[in-house]
Design a protein around this ligand. Sequence first.
Ligand SMILES: [Zn+2]
Length: 480
Amino acid sequence: MSSQASDLITLGHRIRHFRGQRGLTLDQLGDRVGLAGSQLSLIENGRREPKLSTLQDVAAALGVDLTELLSREAPNTRAALEIELARAQKNPLYGALGLPQVKVTKGTPLAAVESLVGLHRELARRASEAIATPEEARRANTELRELMRDRDNYMPDIEQLAEDQVRASGHVSGALTHREVSVMAERLGFNLIYVNDLPNSTRSVTDLVNHRIYLPPASIPGGHGLRSMALQAMGHRLLGHERPSSYAEFLWQRLQINYFAAAALMPREASLAFLSTAKRERELAVEDFRDAFGVTHEAAALRLTNLATSHLDMTLHFLRVTGDGALQKGYENDGLPLPVDVTGSIEGQYVCKQWSARSAFTHTNRTTEFYQYTDTPAGTFWCATQTGATDAGEFSITVGVPFAQAKWFRGRETTQRAVSRCPDESCCRRPVSAVSSRWVGKAWPSARLHAHVLSPLPSGTFPGVDDTEVYEFLEAHAAE
Ligand SMILES: [Zn+2]
């Protein structure tokens, strides 16, 4: 519906409003301006556009300024509802339902109008909600990953934005402080407020009217998570985000705010100064980068992927893998063969058991990174893996590079080596034949419900269960 048409509806309501205030009938006002009452009725219903001279006559007859008559505001609450209903009924969204147009008259109860408007609002909300099936979600995720791979995971515009914001907050060097994050928010016109009752489904809520950003309670003020969440909320504003119209746009916004927060916590200039020195000294280590900027291991590892190719002349990969070996997040521009499903999606796929992302779980000393060289069909990679645990279970964070680039990293002298033949299934996906033949048909495992919503069940004799692990478990215990 054109804005002109919707302005006509408002204009009509304003004329009717002032006519009612003056106690005039349609015919009486019509007489004064030289129009038939029926013609005036068409104008009041927004179905005819009056000439300017007619409007001037109407304004004069009603004793109001022309500008007052032409105001775009509804003259009262009921008129506002009627205008909204008229607009909604002309919307193609409603037209597609094939339902009749309801004509509201003076006698229509207010509750009926409110109910209809409420239903139209809900219809519009549902239609615009970014609903995605799991397939759409996976496809959008894959497209985004490929886009970022083409850009070497680097976004210069957001880098610049973050650097400017950080500098304006008074930050000079080292880790961005809690105080500096608050100053950044204040410069944007927002107050950071910590509350105990944020909705479960949100990480932060921004009140655009009162200019407040609500965050979860600060159990440890200055912690990485809290600064990051505040920065992400600010990122939405600074990047001019509108309500996402699709799941892909939602993901894109998420990626942008995460990037902004990381670029603010580990600003480009300071990060490159730190990383370049470490590279020159052949002492590159994600754990040092992490500690220098007071962020999580995962945040530091991801940040390295933003800067390594664009500024440090390196290709690399990043993996976040759960205790059961499933890939939660991954990035590579160094050719590491990530496991993919038929749609090209990597999330929920199991990485090779030989990779350090999984072998690190069996490593006893977990206080520092675990280093390993892995021969793969795509060449040899050097990887550094840090393991950790959350309430949801174990996970590992890996950053790795092709063999030739290992020389810049601490841990390059490791003697830990492994051979991975994946995606050849005989590498680690099929049971060793002797064990297999002994147990096939004689095992009955019961599957644990899978934690990853987006991930498919691994194929095998028992859906959701890794045969190899079951057989090896039985083999080990049978001997006891
Ligand atoms: Zn394998």
